[in-house]
Design a protein around this ligand. Structure first.
Ligand code: FES
Length: 69
């Protein structure tokens, strides 16, 4: 299960999240979710709002340079 912590820095909220390998979460980008920082589907009722950001932790660590393709 994702471990997360949200704190205020310089008047802005900042969330740090740790995922288990293979874990997938939907993160709220509309800022209206009652389950923030996770998406609860509220964005569907807000015209023009962004949907969630889907984040998935890789099973294995990424080797340095692996994303330089
Ligand atoms: S509820 Fe905010 S993106 Fe889904």
């Amino acid at each position: 299960m994702a471990i997360h912590e949200t704190e205020e820095r310089n008047g802005k909220l900042r969330t740090v999240m740790k995922l288990e390998p293979g874990e997938r979460v939907a993160l709220c980008r509309c800022m209206r979710s009652a389950e923030f920082p996770f998406c609860d589907g509220t964005h569907k009722s807000i015209e023009g709002s962004a949907g969630p950001a889907i984040v998935e932790a890789l099973e294995a660590p990424v080797e340095e340079g692996a994303t330089d393709k």
